[in-house]
Design a protein around this ligand. Structure first.
Ligand SMILES: Nc1nc2c(ncn2[C@@H]2O[C@H](COP(=O)(O)OP(=O)(O)OP(=O)(O)O)[C@@H](O)[C@H]2O)c(=O)[nH]1
Ligand SMILES: [Mg+2]
Length: 452
């Protein structure tokens, strides 16, 4: 169906300075010319022409038109883009005119699908286009742009090359083995490097997931230490109820905080205490423990104005090896003996005296949060990986691992190795879209918005 010329609004619908209508397909230039005038008899590519959109001889808007010649366009086809004022009624009218003159409405992702079909992008890059548009943090958007530029594709290509080399070696090895006693080639080096690369990308995928969903941070501490006060202070609004009554927060509340281009999903949870709460409070505590288990990092809070209690120590034990910062709150009423006892109870953990109520030393908390992305991964090395890609990359890692184990056997079972290598290459094909499984493609492009 690629011969059809498609049209769609490429900018968000609604009121705005400019809307861009995009046409792709053999008739793009002609359709644009039917609705946009004046234009010279022969338009130049990549030049903008000022003119008017016409409906049966009546000017309906003023704008600019740009033309692209195949294959030097986003989709690789003939394309035209008309910018006009962003008004729902005008845009609708212009789209209707384009359809009346030979175009049809584009399906979601159809421009990018055509770019993929015309080898302007592989499937990984095409997905990056959509993931980039949908990224909800600066860091996520930047990582997706790297993928659009081919970062993930380059990684996968390296793995493919190693598989291919090994496949060639083993195929020739099998052929000659009977009469010439050739050793099955090494090939393992390349594959070992490929395995390391896959491990690295998959390790980063935890980071890239955290970037896209936000880092999970829990404020943990016993009842009444000031967790909700800190939560509100970080969010700069009174989101959670603060009171002198222990056990105020019963369920957890989660809000997103943006710092340094990253998102942090901070949870204020029910205070944890050994016993004595009612049923609701106990259920709240159960949820606190679940949040804690899922946290990327913890703000562990104790009270600097009151002696440590057994529940402080108990919560600390629950934290295990979790990434955390130790906060002694209520510094305005801090007691030296208590502070000394806290230091003794948690040796080796830097103590940060803060006042959530008065906003003192909260920079220690924001600095800790801002340092998290760098500790979880080298953001500069991290590659964004979506769910589809992750699943295939994990299978690929297992396949390469199996190949290496089989190759290590004496003698290596050549046929089995060859079969695993073919499986690895199939997975690579699925990743890049070289093996176009139709429903995979449909699934990927259906997630796009129209006009992209
Ligand atoms: N003096 C002083 N009081 C504070 C400070 N931070 C919090 N408080 C007070 O401590 C009490 C408990 O604060 P919350 O923020 O509700 O404590 P919480 O940890 O959320 O308590 P629960 O939800 O019951 O577990 C309130 O009366 C706060 O005003 C502080 O820095 N200094
Ligand atoms: Mg609370």
């Amino acid at each position: 169906m690629d011969e059809e010329t498609i049209v769609a609004l490429a900018t968000p619908p609604g009121r705005g300075g400019i809307a861009v209508i995009r046409l792709s397909g053999a008739l793009s230039g002609e359709v644009a010319r039917r609705i946009f005038q004046p234009l010279p008899a022969r338009v130049q590519a990549r030049r903008s022409y000022h003119g008017f959109i016409h409906d049966a001889g009546r000017r309906i808007d003023e704008g600019l038109a740009v033309f692209f010649r195949a294959p030097r366009s986003y989709s690789g086809e003939e394309m035209a883009e008309i910018s006009l004022h962003s008004n729902l009624f005008l845009v609708e009218k212009a789209l209707e005119l384009a359809c009346r003159h030979g175009a049809r409405s584009a399906l979601p992702g159809e421009f990018t699908y055509r770019a993929f079909r015309n080898n302007k992008l592989d499937l990984l890059q095409a997905e990056a286009v959509n993931d980039l548009i949908r990224a909800n943090t600066r860091a996520g958007a930047l990582m997706e742009f790297d993928n659009l530029e081919g970062r993930l594709s380059a990684t996968v290509a390296q793995v493919r090359d190693a598989l291919l080399r090994a496949a060639v070696e083993i195929e020739t090895g099998i052929e000659f083995a009977e009469d010439q006693h050739l050793e099955a080639g090494p090939g393992g080096d390349g594959l070992a490097a490929a395995l390391a690369l896959l491990e690295k990308v998959l390790a980063c995928s935890r980071f890239s997931e955290a970037v896209s969903r936000g880092f999970q941070v829990v404020i943990a501490g016993r009842v009444n230490v000031g967790k909700s006060s800190l939560f509100n202070a970080l969010l700069l609004r009174e989101r959670s109820i603060v009171s002198a009554l222990p056990g105020t927060t019963r369920d957890y509340i989660e809000e997103t905080l943006h710092l340094g281009g990253f998102a942090f999903r901070v949870s204020d949870v029910a205070g944890i205490r050994a016993a004595g709460g009612d049923d609701i409070e106990n259920q709240g505590m159960q949820r606190s423990l679940e949040r804690l288990a899922a946290a990327d990092a913890v703000l562990f809070m104790v009270d600097a104005s009151q002696p440590l209690q057994e529940s402080d120590l108990e919560i600390h034990r629950l934290l295990g090896g979790r990434r955390r910062i130790l906060l002694a709150n209520k510094s305005d009423r801090g007691r030296q003996d208590v502070i000394a006892a806290i230091r003794t109870a948690f040796p080796g953990e830097p103590l940060n005296l803060i006042s959530a109520k008065h906003g003192d030393n909260l920079e220690a908390v924001t600095a800790f949060l801002a340092s998290l992305p760098g500790e979880l991964a080298q953001p500069a090395d991290a590659v964004a990986v979506n769910l589809r890609q992750k699943g295939l990359l994990e299978k690929l890692r297992e396949t390469v691992g199996r190949v290496l184990r089989l190759q290590a056997q004496e003698p290596a079972p050549g046929e089995l190795v060859a079969e695993e290598l073919r499986q690895g290459l199939r997975l690579v094909g699925e990743l890049t879209g070289a093996i176009g499984v139709d429903d995979v493609l449909r699934g990927v492009f259906a997630r796009f918005c129209i006009g992209k």
